[in-house]
Design a protein around this ligand. Structure first.
Ligand SMILES: Nc1nc2c(ncn2[C@@H]2O[C@H](COP(=O)(O)OP(=O)(O)OP(=O)(O)O)[C@@H](O)[C@H]2O)c(=O)[nH]1
Ligand SMILES: [Mg+2]
Length: 474
């Protein structure tokens, strides 16, 4: 990490609440000089004489003065190092949420000796001061961005060290093996016995399983944090835009019984149960000589390639020529490993034509009316039916989400893949009859990747462990 010393020595300040008019604004000040700086701006009322008299972790009402003039009244809370979010002396100053007042208070704090904090700098300090792990710090960013129940739950669990715990568990196991391998090599005269290869292989198998589970979790992690890019496709007039509007609970797209209504891609982000879908309504795909419609159809085809979930919408009237092209696209996309959901729409009109829909059987289509938000097999809402299908397709119950044991960043995924590959290599080396110290080289690499994943130093750690676990100096 590239952090100059002055970066950490400075006392930093920023408005911690959103920009704009609100009930209150909170200005956060962190660093060695936080208290003496705030003393020049905040003057406690009641029996307190001055800012220095305020006890830590106590909210105190007072006046905020700039240049000797009272500009607002507010509340200050002092947090004394190391018992604060950043691990440093910190003050959180609440004032009325006028943009003018908050900016004036911030300017006064800067004039008193603080510097404006950079993006994410409070959390960076929390990490540098050992208050939070690296993956925990990453999760704080996710928590702030969370737009659904599940993304908030996962980020909270990670910010509390959930992912760190899983990474540490694997890392500890690897270092334990390494310490046993090294003690044998370093002290050959100590009458220590070598770990039998099959025992070591068994231990590696356990670690491999844990890492594989973490690696697999990344696909769910991406879905939870970034949502699922979803293309709604079908021939014209099947009700794609009606579906988009129903799922969005608002009139996003124009709905009309003229075939070829939608031309541009229309985007809407919706939460369906545990999932956030980035929905793209597309132009109905058909053979047409209309130049503008064809531009829309080409855009639809491009969008399909960018999406990981395809929702194909069909009319209960039955599958005809243009539908066959949609089925072909769905099959191709499925073969590329994408998820497909088929919907047979307008079932409020008729359910007699089902026999004409055999071509869709392999996609287990859901019978719905997008217009009436109904499903026609279980009698639930179409929304509920789609939610249930998403649950089945993505099966998040496979993952330990509430423990935060899930990868959400590409960086984490990369390190876990490296670690897994290295542990795999160690197994191969052992199975090939090579000695444990050779396998140990791969385990070193695995441990380094895991340490990088939660960013701690490695070698000292291993050395410490050797002497902690074995009383070789007896
Ligand atoms: N009865 C009934 N009519 C529906 C349903 N869904 C859509 N419609 C009607 O079908 C017509 C076409 O709906 P759209 O949502 O515009 O269809 P689309 O697939 O977006 O059409 P294009 O944009 O032209 O490709 C409209 O008149 C809708 O009111 C449904 O579930 N039941
Ligand atoms: Mg449309």
């Amino acid at each position: 990490m590239n952090t100059s010393e002055s970066d950490i020595i400075d006392t930093i300040a920023a408005i911690a609440t959103a920009r704009g008019t609100a009930g209150i604004a909170v200005i956060r000040v962190s660093g060695d000089r936080a208290f003496e700086i705030c003393e020049k701006v905040f003057f406690p009322k009641n029996n307190k004489k001055c800012f220095a008299d305020i006890r830590a972790n106590q909210a105190v009402f007072g006046e905020i003065r700039v240049g000797g003039k009272t500009i607002d009244e507010g509340v200050a809370v002092k947090f004394a190092a190391p018992y604060s979010y950043t691990g440093e002396n910190t003050v959180e100053l609440s004032c009325h949420g006028s943009v003018y007042i908050a900016n004036t208070v911030l300017r006064a704090i800067i004039a008193a000796g603080a510097r404006l904090a950079k993006a994410g700098e409070f959390t960076k300090r929390a990490y540098l001061n050992g208050k939070i792990s690296l993956t925990g710090a990453e999760a704080v960013g996710r928590l702030i961005e969370a737009s659904s129940d599940i993304s908030a739950r996962v980020a909270l669990a990670q910010s509390r060290g959930g992912l760190s715990k899983a990474i540490n568990r694997a890392s500890e196991q690897i270092k334990q093996i390494l310490s046993e391998v090294y003690v044998y090599i370093d002290y050959p005269d100590e009458d220590l016995t070598d770990m039998p290869p099959d025992i070591m292989l068994e231990k590696l198998e356990v670690i491999k399983n844990e890492l594989q589970k973490l690696k697999n979790s990344y696909s769910a992690g991406k879905i939870i944090t970034g949502g699922i890019n979803t293309a709604i496709i079908g021939k014209p007039n099947t009700g794609k835009s009606t579906l988009l509007n129903m799922l969005s609970s608002r009139d996003v797209a124009i709905v009309h019984d003229t075939a070829g209504t939608t031309r541009d891609i229309i985007e809407s982000k919706v939460n369906i149960g545990d999932f956030t879908l980035n929905l793209f309504d597309t132009a109905g795909i058909r053979n047409t000589s209309d130049e503008i419609e064809n531009i829309g159809i080409n855009r639809a085809r491009d969008k399909i390639n960018e999406c990981s979930l395809i929702i194909g919408v069909f009319d209960i009237d039955g599958v005809n020529g243009d539908d066959l092209e949609i089925i072909k696209i769905m099959t191709e996309q499925k073969n590329m490993g994408k998820n497909i959901i088929a919907l047979i729409n307008k079932c409020d009109m008729n359910t007699q034509y089902l026999s004409k829909l055999n071509d869709l059987e392999e996609f287990e289509p859901i019978l719905i009316s997008a217009k009436e938000n109904k499903e026609f097999k279980l009698g639930i809402s179409a929304y509920e039916a789609i939610k249930n299908r998403l649950d089945r397709v993505y099966n998040l119950s496979d993952y330990n989400l509430d423990a935060g044991e899930i990868l959400t960043e590409e960086r984490q995924y990369f390190e876990i893949c490296e670690a897994l590959e290295a542990v795999n290599n160690a197994s191969v080396v052992l199975k090939g009859g090579q000695t444990q110290d050779i396998a140990g080289l791969d385990l070193e690499l695995a441990a380094t990747s895991l340490d990088r994943c939660d960013s701690k130093s490695l070698s000292e750690d291993i050395v410490d462990r050797i002497f902690r676990n074995f009383c070789v100096g007896k």
